[in-house]
Design a protein around this ligand. Structure first.
Ligand code: SF4
Ligand code: SF4
Length: 362
């Protein structure tokens, strides 16, 4: 059954159009839409899937508040604030001691901003301050029912604090979008039905259901990875519930999917935004494409302490704007035109092949 009402041949036509747009328009003329600020890599949780391994790395020479404000000034001058969205993340971004100072400044400059958080620090007062400093959207992580979530985050009591944080945000009644994100893995996949009822009862606007990825700390926990059948189960679950109630259920930006799932589990077709729509400034000033991508010296495009972000955006990010990944198993793949090597965050830069190819797995 199709949610979109689109036949496979119409989807192929759309995918062809998107591939042409990517190759002929977007790669030569990238359009920055989302700029991520990693305000800290400190975290009060220790998640088994953390892509950045937060808590295992200590912050070395983090950007100061004055430096973040200087970046905001430059970005406003160079890109304006109308077409650009700031995505605030960490670590747990609220652990930056000057969080409200920095984001209040961004708001005063006219930036639209949203955030991802584990929700545990969002008291009613914090929710109110987030509204005052102009936050529009937020995504909070809930990774299972109480016991599973606490185990996965390795902090007893985390689930209750997170759920309280979500309720405090909803009670504030001033955000455009309060979303929950759930990372599905081998141990929580059986809890999805029960979680669905809990999420619906909360009154959130959308529930983003994504799969655990072989990145960061999750690489040390291979037993959590999903099997092919489990991936199908997750995608079918999203497809079934996608438009069932006022709460939208959606997949994330990752992975080129088999045609029966493309456009059925999210609003758009697969296109990895890294380096064409999306860039990031890391806690230490390093400039990269997407924070989920493996941190390797050769993938650092510049540093905000010596480079102006605009110059790096215009002259750097070359691998993201080319057929750099047309090699290994992707070279002769019939779907390369649409997939282009899949998500950059699951690309294996040592072996030059994808760590995860759902076309192959499903
Ligand atoms: S690297 Fe991954 S998370 Fe980042 S934009 Fe691409 S698909 Fe999305
Ligand atoms: S082989 Fe490569 S290009 Fe083909 S679907 Fe898999 S990841 Fe994408």
């Amino acid at each position: 059954m199709s949610n979109s009402g689109l036949s496979d041949s119409v989807k192929r036509k759309h995918l062809n159009q998107l591939a042409t747009y990517r190759d002929e328009e977007l790669r030569p003329h990238p359009a920055l839409h989302s700029l991520f600020f990693e305000l800290t890599i400190n975290c009060n949780e220790h998640c088994l899937h953390c892509g950045s391994k937060c808590g295992d790395i200590s912050e070395e020479a983090p950007l100061t508040t004055a430096e973040w404000k200087h970046i905001l000034d430059d970005v406003k001058k160079d890109f304006g604030t109308d077409a650009l969205r700031l995505c605030i993340t960490g670590g747990e971004p609220l652990l930056n001691k000057d969080f409200f100072d920095i984001m209040g400044y961004a708001h005063s400059l006219g930036f639209d901003w949203g955030m991802t958080s584990n929700g545990t620090l969002i008291t009613p007062e914090v929710a109110h301050k987030l509204a005052e400093t102009g936050m529009r959207t937020i995504s909070i992580s809930v990774d299972g029912l109480k016991d599973t979530h606490d185990w996965f985050r390795q902090v007893p009591g985390s689930y209750e604090r997170t759920m309280a944080g979500i309720r405090n945000l909803l009670n504030e009644k001033s955000f455009n979008h309060v979303q929950v994100t759930t990372v599905v893995h081998h141990r929580n996949i059986g809890e999805l039905d029960e979680m669905y009822e809990i999420m619906k009862a909360l009154g959130i606007r959308s529930w983003r259901v994504i799969n655990i990825e072989p990145i960061g700390r999750a690489k040390d926990n291979p037993e959590l990875m999903l099997t092919g059948d489990e991936y199908k189960y997750v995608l079918d679950f999203i497809k079934t519930h996608r438009f069932e109630s006022p709460m939208e259920v959606t997949y994330g930006c990752s992975h080129f999917l088999p045609i029966e799932y493309e456009r059925e589990v999210r609003k758009w077709y697969f296109l990895c935004n890294a380096g064409v729509y999306t860039a990031s400034i890391m806690y230490n000033g390093n400039i990269g494409a997407c924070l989920d991508i493996e941190r390797r010296p050769e993938l650092v495009e510049g540093n905000i302490r010596r480079d102006r972000f605009k110059d790096v955006w215009e002259k750097g990010f070359k691998i993201y704007r080319s057929d750099y990944r047309k090699c290994g198993p992707c070279k002769d793949c019939p779907d390369y035109k649409y997939c282009a090597g899949d998500s950059f965050h699951t690309w294996n830069f040592d072996k030059m092949e994808p760590n995860l190819c759902l076309r192959k797995l499903l």
